[in-house]
Every structure is written in structure tokens, then in C-alpha cells.
Design a binder for this molecule. Structure first.
Ligand code: C2E
Ligand code: MG
Ligand code: MG
Length: 726
């Protein structure tokens, strides 16, 4: 369309040039603004990448446009009516804006509609500006008018779409701020998430789109050549620009991929480290120790595995709180780390369990372990006060161990041994532990069914008046006769039952059996009492007092005929609680005996406070001449005193001389089945008869018993009175 002949008038051309310049600057700024919009480009460096991508498209467009207007194609006719040179720059920006819009449409994270609309708006601004400037330049009023109308419309589109973009950005997390998209992963975020985002961003950054502009460029160049055209400076520059943009883009992509691969490698190392590290102490964890054992263990290398367990750590957690517990664990880790030699690996296996892989011979490792015992046993200063701990250590040598599992097991076994033998000590694994452990496991298994299979029974050991040796009471002692394992002593199976939680069931069975037997003896007119051993665990079980009351009620036994023996070892635990429990038991009317006195840790002060009626002096004191002191002390406290374990005449004389009126031991009677004890009661209460005491040899040592002795020809006695007098 040819319009008014104003073309070429210098005034108009100058105005058109100014307009073209203004449009170029403002659409350029709008383009920068578009790239800065949230979500448009993933990062500042990403803007450059976006621009390069856009240049690939823009250069192709430009080239196609150039071919269309250049000789000999002349797609727009002999002369391009609106064209003037100042439009070169806004045309370039329009092409670039179109390129950015296309790239945004292809790559920007969803929702990308508003961004694409902003891009389209910027393109339209550039195109409308070109129309306006060209129209003015060439005196084409309609074109200038259309440009002038389209310009505010385009700006409106931008304003509206930009506001939408802002709202969308407020709803979604900022891409630009997210770590991992361009920089290394921030520790505050999960490295896995960041890796995923980088991956996502990289995958969105495909280069397939570049084929289209390249194809368009190649096709138009070919067409241009076929039509006999040639390439002037503009054509060559545009083609070169396209080439450099593509090369630059590939260079950046390659650099990003390399950086990404490095980040992945770092992240992998980080995760591997994390998977092998205990987060609390920073030591290796179980997996870390296993991999050290499997990877670092070279055939023939001298190595010892130390398994460590803090003694009584549960108390720290329970009494002082988990924060203090954690702080102590952290310090244990530090102390361990500071006392290792280079190459040794310290690990926390969980809870208060630690391990050290030490490259040393067993003797050397044992010395190091003894040192650790001191180091870890030192006080732990905490804000809330000092924590005292000890540690038990089990050692196992890697030598002649087939695999890591066995090594761990051996160290653990040695640790258990150290624990069960007093704690705060070092034990080196011994093959004998295996034998004992197997026996223990078998006993534990068999004990579970012992009551149902009727393998348990009680024996009664007489408690006699001294020096007459007349039975006034009996201690019920549990026996286990297993068809295959033979006789198993209570010293072996009672602690086992305590550990595996079976003691309450055994204790209940013993209590009922003993009460049943006692009620029969009482019914037959015997003046006797029976004592039953109570383990500390039973004592502390809820409902034990009720259980005792039930047993007494069920068998119609007067409570004062039943004595409950509490071992002195129970005193070493919570004394206040023990006092409460014993008082409650005593209120039922039963009497309480403190068993094995002198073998444990209870102090005389505690003895005064304990609500007990009878003191049973441990045989270890009977052997020594301590017996007199204890007897006097017991009497001073108003207690009845029984000397246990009298197995020789000399001891008997010593006990009698000390003023002790009651005794128990092999000399005065072995533990025997109920009927034998009954026969002895019978003989003791028959004044006319002098019968041999039906002594049974102890089932543990058939040859060690004393020669059978004659029962004393005495009158029936009130045993309770007897004891009171004693
Ligand atoms: P204890 O209560 O101190 O029982 C006395 C132990 O000393 C018995 O061993 C008895 O056979 C043994 N003995 C008796 N006279 C002599 C002697 O003259 N010299 C020596 N050296 N020992 C003598 P036993 O029957 O092997 O019982 C061992 C421990 O097992 C008992 O010590 C008691 O603590 C525990 N026990 C036995 N039966 C039960 C039970 O039914 N329940 C509980 N919780 N523990 C029981
Ligand atoms: Mg006892
Ligand atoms: Mg005892």
C-alpha cells in the first residue's frame, strides 16, 4: 500500500528514527524485565542461557526475514514499503523477544501461560513500535496509526500478564532461591531434593527446539542460493551469530552437565558418609564398622574387635533425662576418638553400645581396653551435675575367625561375660563362653516347660535349735530334675529365670507348693514353720503381696508360719522401695528373713532400718570367726539369728559358743524331700522313740554328707516361742 508522498522527508525520517530508537530501548528493557520475572529463568546465570537460546531463534527469524526481503526473493515486493534502516534494532529486539517467548513457552516451570503472555506482549511492543516508527518514517499514516493503537494494547497485555506472574510466584516456591539449581547443595535442604530439581531443570533444558530454526535457516539459505541470491554482510553476520549462539549454548550445557556430575559425585560421597556415620557422636555406625571390617581387614592382619557397653546408662537416661544421656554419649564418643591410634575405627552400634576395631595383637588390645576402662569410667561433668559411669568391654580377635558375623558375635559374647561377671571389666573371648552360652540357651528353653512337665520339686532343709539339733522349721529349696540334662542346681537356673522373666512363675509355684506342704504338716499337728526364698524381682512385682495373701488363704496357713527369705543382695538396689515392699509383706503377718547376711553389701545402718525379723548369717561368716559379732548385733536389733551352712562340728561349737540358738547346715540336716523331713519331725516329737534321723544325702553331692545322727529325744516345742527366746 502506497500512501502519502511524505517518504524521504527529512523531518519525518528523523522522528521515525527517534521513535525506532525509543522503541528499541523500551522493548529491550521490557525484554530484560521479562527475563527477570520470577520463574522466567531458573537463575541469574540461567538468564544468559535463556538469551542464547532466544538468540538461536531470533537469528534464524532474522535470517529468514532477511532472505524474504533481500535480492532476489523480494517476498514483500520490489521495495519494502515501511522499511527504513533505524528499524533494524527494534526488529532485532522483536525477534529476540519472540525467541524468549518461545523458550519460555518450552521451558519455564508451570504455570507458564502468564510468562508467555508477557513475552508475546514484549514482542508485540517491538512489532507495534516498528509499525509506528516505520509508518512515521515512510509517511504511512495507517501503519503509524495501527502501531500507535497496538502499542498501548501490547503494554496492557504485559501489565496484566506480569501481575498474574507475580501472583503465581507468590504461590510457588522461588526457583531462583532454591539451592542445587545452579549452586552446590545447601546443607539445610535434603540433598536428594536438590538433586532432583537439578535433574528436572537439566531435563527441561532440551535442545531439540534448535533444529527448527536451524532447518528454517538452512532451507531459506538454500532457496536464496537457488534463486541466484548471494550473501551480503547482514546474511553472513546473522549466520555467524546463529552458529556462535549454538556453540555457546552447547558450551554452557556441557559445563552445567559437568558441574551437575560433580555435584552428584559430592552428594553420593556425602550420602555414603552419612549412611556410615552415627549422627549423634560422629563415630562410624554399625554399617560403617562392618564396611571397615570387610574392606580394611587384610588376610593375616592382627586386629581385635572391642565391644563396649556402658554400665547403668539406662539410669542416666531415666533419672537425668535423655538430653544428659545424649551429652554423655557424645563425650564417650570424643573420649574414644581421642584414645585411638591411627587406623583404628570407633563406632557406636546403637544405644549405649560402642565398638572399636583395633589393629593390634590381643595382648596389646587388652591393655588398650583396660586403659579405655579408666578413660570412659571418669566423671562426666554436665550442667545438671556430674554423671558417673563404668563400662564393660568384650574383646575378640580376628585371628582364625571365619567371618565378620562370628567376630561380632564373639566380641558380644565376651562383653556379656564381662557384664554378667561384675561389669566394669575387660574380658577376652574364650571358646568356653560358647559352651556356656549353649548350655544357658538350652536351660532357658527347657526351663519354660519345666513346671508343666512336672520336673520341679521342693526339698526341705531343717532349721534346728542349737545345741539340741531339734528341727523347728525348714527352708524350702527348689530342685530341677531334667530327663536329659540331669539335676540342675538353683544357683544355675534361678539367675537364669530372673533374667528371662520366668522367676515370678517359678516363685508362685514354689510358694503354693510350700504352703500346701506346710498346711499338711500343721494339720498333722507338727509345730513347724517353712521359709521360702524370694528373688528381688518377685518382691518388686506388682501384686506380690496379694499373691502371698492368696497362697496363705488358699492353704489355710497362719501367716506367722511362713517366712519369706530375701537375699541380702536385694538390699544393694533401691533400699527405700525395698523397705516399703517388706513392710507391706510384713503386714500380712508373715515373717521376713534377711538371707545370706554378710555376703552382700548391706551396711549395718541399713540393717537397722530394714523391717526384718530374722537374720540368716551366710556360711562364709560362719567359717570365719565373725559369727559372734553378727549374732550379738542381730540380738541387739531384736532379730532372731540363724547360722547357715554349719557343716562341721567345729563350726557348730563356734556358733553355739557365739550364743546363736538356731542353725542350718549339712551337719544338722541336708535338704531332703518333704516326707523325709516329716519323718524327722515325727521322730523329734516322739519322746519314747529314739530313731535314726532319716538323713538324705544332698542330691548335689551324694558322698559328701555327714554320718547319720540320732534325733534328740526331746519334748515337743513351740517353735515360735523357741525363736523368740533365741
Ligand atoms: P540359700 O537360700 O542361701 O539356701 C541355702 C543354700 O545353702 C542351699 O543351696 C543349701 O543346699 C546350701 N547349704 C545348706 N547347708 C549347707 C552347708 O552346710 N554348707 C554349704 N556350703 N551349703 C549348704 P541350694 O539349694 O543349692 O540353693 C542355692 C540358692 O538358690 C539358695 O541359697 C537360694 O538363694 C536359691 N534358691 C533355692 N531355691 C529357691 C527358690 O525356690 N526361689 C528362689 N528365688 N531362690 C531359690
Ligand atoms: Mg535362703
Ligand atoms: Mg542363704
Amino acid at each position: 500500500m502506497r500512501e502519502h508522498a511524505v517518504h524521504g522527508q527529512p523531518g519525518w525520517t528523523t522522528l521515525g528514527s527517534l521513535l525506532a530508537f525509543g522503541i528499541a530501548v523500551s522493548s529491550g528493557l521490557l525484554l530484560v524485565g521479562l527475563l527477570m520475572l520470577p520463574g522466567a529463568a531458573p537463575s541469574r546465570r540461567g538468564i544468559f542461557r535463556y538469551l542464547l537460546d532466544a538468540v538461536v531463534i531470533a537469528a534464524a527469524l532474522w535470517f529468514v526475514g532477511w532472505v524474504a526481503v533481500a535480492e532476489p526473493t523480494h517476498a514483500l515486493g520490489d521495495r519494502t514499503p515501511f522499511w527504513c534502516r533505524p528499524l533494524l534494532v527494534p526488529a532485532g529486539i522483536a525477534a529476540l523477544a519472540l525467541g524468549v517467548s518461545v523458550i519460555t513457552a518450552l521451558r519455564a516451570p508451570r504455570p507458564r501461560g502468564p510468562l508467555v503472555r508477557v513475552g508475546a506482549g514484549v514482542t508485540l511492543v517491538a512489532v507495534a513500535g516498528m509499525g509506528l516508527a516505520g509508518g512515521v518514517c515512510q509517511g504511512m499514516a495507517t501503519l503509524a496509526g495501527a502501531g500507535a493503537v497496538a502499542l498501548p494494547v501490547a503494554l496492557g497485555i504485559i501489565a496484566f500478564a506480569a501481575r498474574e506472574t507475580g501472583q503465581g510466584a507468590a504461590r510457588r516456591p522461588s526457583q531462583r532461591d532454591q539451592p542445587g539449581t545452579d549452586r552446590s547443595p545447601a546443607p539445610s535442604r535434603s540433598a536428594g531434593d536438590a538433586g532432583f530439581e537439578v535433574d528436572d531443570e537439566l531435563s527441561r533444558r532440551g535442545s531439540a527446539y534448535a533444529f527448527l530454526p536451524m532447518a528454517a535457516m538452512a532451507a531459506s539459505a538454500l532457496y536464496h542460493l537457488v534463486r541466484g541470491g548471494s550473501f551480503d554482510v547482514v546474511g553472513v553476520l546473522t549466520g555467524s551469530l546463529e552458529g556462535f549462539a549454538l556453540v555457546g549454548r552447547q558450551f554452557l550445557a556441557l559445563r552445567d552437565v559437568r558441574a551437575y556430575a560433580e555435584r552428584l559425585r559430592d552428594r553420593e560421597a556425602y550420602f555414603r558418609e552419612l549412611a556410615h556415620t552415627d549422627p549423634l557422636t560422629g563415630l562410624a555406625n554399625r554399617r560403617g564398622l562392618l564396611s571397615a571390617l570387610e574392606n580394611d581387614r587384610v588376610a593375616g592382619a592382627e586386629a581385635v574387635l572391642l565391644a563396649l557397653d556402658l554400665d547403668g546408662f539406662k539410669n542416666v537416661n531415666d533419672m537425668r533425662g535423655h538430653d544428659v544421656g545424649d551429652a554423655v554419649l557424645v563425650e564417650v564418643g570424643q573420649r574414644l576418638r581421642m584414645n585411638l591410634r591411627p587406623g583404628d575405627v570407633a563406632a557406636r552400634l546403637g544405644g549405649d553400645e560402642f565398638a572399636v576395631l583395633m589393629w593390634a595383637r590381643p595382648a596389646e588390645a587388652t591393655r588398650a581396653a583396660a586403659r579405655l576402662l579408666g578413660v570412659l569410667g571418669g566423671p562426666y561433668e554436665q550442667e545438671t551435675g556430674t554423671v558417673f559411669l563404668s563400662v564393660s568391654i568384650g574383646l575378640a580377635s580376628c585371628e582364625s575367625v571365619p567371618d565378620v558375623t562370628t567376630l561380632l558375635r564373639n566380641a558380644d559374647l565376651a562383653l556379656r561375660w564381662a557384664k554378667s561377671h561384675g561389669k566394669n571389666r575387660v574380658e577376652l573371648y574364650d571358646i568356653a563362653y560358647d559352651v556356656k552360652l549353649r548350655r544357658r540357651t538350652e536351660l532357658e528353653h527347657e526351663l519354660r516347660g519345666a513346671i508343666d512337665r512336672d520336673e520341679l520339686h521342693l526339698q526341705y532343709q531343717p532349721v534346728v535349735v542349737l545345741p539340741d539339733v531339734r528341727p523347728v522349721g525348714a527352708e524350702a529349696l527348689l530342685r530341677w530334675q531334667h530327663p536329659r540334662l540331669g539335676k540342675v542346681g538353683p544357683d544355675e537356673f534361678i539367675p537364669l529365670a530372673e533374667e528371662c522373666g520366668m522367676i515370678s512363675r517359678l516363685g508362685a509355684w514354689v510358694l503354693h507348693q510350700a504352703c500346701h506342704q506346710l498346711s499338711r504338716w500343721l494339720a498333722e499337728g507338727h509345730d513347724v514353720w517353712v521359709s521360702v526364698n524370694v528373688s528381688p524381682r518377685e518382691l518388686h512385682a506388682t501384686g506380690y503381696v496379694e499373691q502371698v495373701k492368696d497362697a496363705l488363704r488358699a492353704h489355710r496357713v497362719p501367716p506367722q508360719r511362713l517366712v519369706l527369705e530375701v537375699t541380702e543382695h536385694a538390699v544393694s538396689t533401691d533400699v527405700e522401695e525395698l523397705i516399703r515392699r517388706l513392710s507391706a509383706l510384713r503386714q500380712t503377718g508373715v515373717r521376713i528373713a534377711l538371707d545370706d547376711f554378710g555376703a552382700g553389701y548391706s551396711s549395718l545402718g541399713q540393717l537397722r532400718r530394714l523391717p526384718v525379723d530374722i537374720l540368716k548369717i551366710d556360711h562364709s561368716l560362719v567359717v570365719k570367726e565373725m559369727v559372734r559379732v553378727v549374732v550379738e548385733l542381730g540380738h541387739q536389733f531384736g532379730l532372731e539369728v540363724i547360722a547357715e551352712g554349719i557343716s562341721e562340728q567345729r563350726q557348730m561349737a563356734m556358733v553355739v559358743d557365739a550364743g546363736c540358738k538356731l542353725g542350718q547346715g549339712y551337719l544338722s540336716g541336708w535338704p531332703v524331700p518333704a516326707e523325709h523331713f516329716e519323718a524327722r519331725l515325727d521322730s523329734a516329737t516322739s519322746p519314747a522313740r529314739v530313731v535314726p534321723v532319716p538323713e538324705q544325702k544332698n542330691d548335689r553331692d551324694q558322698n559328701a554328707g555327714p554320718t547319720p545322727r540320732r534325733a534328740q529325744n526331746v519334748r515337743a516345742v513351740d517353735s515360735a516361742r523357741e525363736m523368740r527366746q533365741a
